[in-house]
Ligand binder design. Structure first.
Ligand SMILES: [Zn+2]
Length: 204
């Protein structure tokens, strides 16, 4: 298929082209660029990739990415731990943090309930969320899940489970976006506004 002059180069191109959005042409550009760098710089890149995989773990409280047992958001004393925003993924945390409009804390589910894909509550951090709801003083849960059938199902499941163990109120973020759009693709201003203008959650 290819006629690279070096098997090592070919292996590197193969590895890079497995990354999302990277084709073989771009992968080759990366490799040729790396070959031009001083050895120390490309070594640093390699070490960073290794440390990324071995050093990062999940926050024991919110399941966000973290370098220690608790993430920087859970460790921040200025954050309001009585308001918990429930999101599908770490990318949603990043999107909401970018709006700078939210001062509460998060709970990252790691997915949403999807019977079609065989994803049930125990495949997600839902048992941990129930435990957190029962043990901590939480005044409000914000359901910030995708406006899809799976997202709605997950929101309803969470509402039922948590309202049994917690007296917190439930709200949902106001969406100025079409059904099916995902949080991470929403622009910052719209997302920021939708968090500020959240509305009480009504189960159907
Ligand atoms: Zn955390």
């Amino acid at each position: 298929m290819t006629d690279y002059p070096s098997a090592l180069l070919e292996k590197a191109v193969n590895e890079f082209s497995r990354l999302p959005g990277v084709g073989r042409k771009t992968a080759l550009r990366f490799c040729l660029h790396l070959l031009k760098l001083p050895p120390a710089e490309s070594e640093e890149l390699g070490q960073t990739i290794i440390r990324l995989r071995t050093g990062i773990r999940q926050c024991e409280v919110c399941h966000n990415l973290s370098d220690s047992s608790r993430c920087s958001i859970c460790n921040d004393r200025r954050r309001d731990t009585s308001v918990v925003c429930i999101v599908e993924s770490i990318r949603d945390v990043l999107a909401i943090e970018n709006t700078t409009q939210f001062r509460g804390v998060y709970h990252v589910l790691g997915g949403i309930i999807s019977p079609m894909e065989g994803i049930g509550p125990t495949d997600l951090s839902l048992p941990q969320l129930e435990e957190r709801a029962a043990k901590s003083t939480i005044n409000e849960f914000i359901l910030a899940l995708p406006a899809t059938l799976e997202g709605d199902t997950t929101s309803y499941y969470i509402y039922r489970k948590l309202s049994a163990v917690s007296s917190a109120t439930f709200s949902t973020i106001a969406r100025g976006i079409a059904v099916g759009d995902e949080l991470e693709y929403t622009d910052e201003i719209t997302l920021g506004r939708s968090i500020l203008n959240r509305t009480p959650y009504h189960s159907r």
